[in-house]
Design a protein around this ligand. Structure first.
Ligand code: KG4
Ligand code: ZN
Length: 346
């Protein structure tokens, strides 16, 4: 069963051809980073316009790389939210048109469900039930995945997503966008013990909070930077200082994420964990999670870095399961910017 997956939820245009829900024949991601970099964040209108330009070339490239003609595609899966509405509309409109013209089934996939299913694209799939930390630019949530289609949200961020905090700290330091990979690299050569930034453990729940940390980093930068008529002269921040800020900030984020995953395994008694979303590409988070897994005998599923960040193969993997359970959609499909996954758990 050959499925074409599409993801246009944010600023990447992606198409993938996946066989039987796990075998990736191609997974093309066209990044818009260059377009948005100069604004220090994503400009939604520019993102949707670029998706319109890129959707056909990206799908063509996915078919060519997979060595598959469009008439050999058995079904399609498209991300219908959450995300930027203009961006989602491009992917959904495209997928509906192709599915209708080719008379093939179409499945709608929640982007967060896609991230969870990125762990099914490699080696061994996790057995149900498992815990899943989705940690990206828009979301930081911990799910209990009872089985396919049964998701319970154990905790979520009360303010910023972890990836958003990485992006904001990078911006505060006058570095580029997206901030996660830049901070990751700088942190590897910085000292994470120089600044003791706050960790919001919120011990009464499995929720997260990163806005206090971000404010604390901003205060530290402002204290240390040279001020000129109220604006910060970032060029006066030393390389050493920037590296240590990056490492100390990252250490605080990673400590909280790792601790929360540990608590979730204790609370639920489930010792099988998947991690996904862009921040799951972070080197420190990956190694600290692997350490925790070793110490506490947790079965850990960490997708390769390129499957952690947004991609359409994960949409195809989840779409395959929708197909198997007969959950198809029709031409009435409309994307939704706000689309929570699963039920919250008290
Ligand atoms: O999953 P994703 O590609 O898109 C969303 O669904 O949001 O995640 C993007 C986020 C961005 O905030 C980016 O800065 C962050 O993931 N990110 C990272 C790393 N690579 C990407 N954060 C920390 N370390 C990384 N290596
Ligand atoms: Zn994502």
């Amino acid at each position: 069963m050959i499925l074409l997956g599409i993801d246009t939820s944010c600023d990447d245009t992606s198409a993938a051809v996946v066989c039987d829900g796990w075998d990736i024949l191609s997974n093309i991601v066209s990044s818009q980073t260059e377009i948005h970099m100069k604004y220090g964040g994503i400009v939604p209108e520019l993102a949707s316009r670029r998706h319109i330009e890129m959707i056909w070339p990206v799908v063509d490239e996915a078919l060519i790389q997979a060595g598959v003609l469009l008439d050999k595609i058995d079904a399609m899966a498209v991300c219908h939210g959450p995300g930027l509405i203009g961006s989602l509309l491009v992917g959904c409109g495209f997928a509906k048109a192709v599915a209708y013209a080719r008379r093939i089934p179409l499945m709608a996939v929640n982007h967060l469900e896609g991230h969870i299913f990125s762990s099914f694209l490699e080696h061994k799939s996790p057995a149900f039930p498992f815990l899943s930390l989705v940690v990206s630019g828009g979301h930081t949530s911990l799910y209990l995945v009872e089985e396919f289609g049964r998701y319970y949200e154990l905790g979520r961020t009360r303010d910023d997503a972890a990836g958003e905090a990485f992006d904001k700290v990078s911006k505060l330091l006058g570095l580029g966008y997206p901030g996660g990979p830049i901070i990751d690299k700088l942190a590897s050569v910085g000292n994470g013990k120089v600044f003791n930034f706050p960790r919001a453990y919120l011990p009464e729940s499995l929720d997260f909070s990163f806005s206090g940390l971000k404010t604390s980093v901003r205060n530290k930068i402002q204290e240390s930077g040279v001020r000129n008529k109220g604006t910060l002269n970032r060029e006066h921040l030393s390389d050493e200082f920037i590296k240590d800020i990056a490492a100390s900030f990252q250490a605080a984020v990673v400590d909280v994420l790792v601790r929360k995953v540990e608590w979730a395994t204790v609370k639920t008694g489930i010792k099988r964990v998947t991690i996904s979303g862009g921040v799951a590409a972070n080197a420190a988070l990956r190694s600290r999670m692997a350490e925790l897994a070793g110490e506490k005998e947790i079965e850990l599923f960490l997708p390769s870095r390129h499957l952690c960040t947004d991609n359409a193969a994960m949409i195809a993997a989840a779409g395959h399961h929708h197909f198997m359970t007969g959950e198809k959609v029709d031409m009435e499909l409309n994307p939704k910017a706000y689309l929570p996954l699963g039920k919250p758990v008290a």
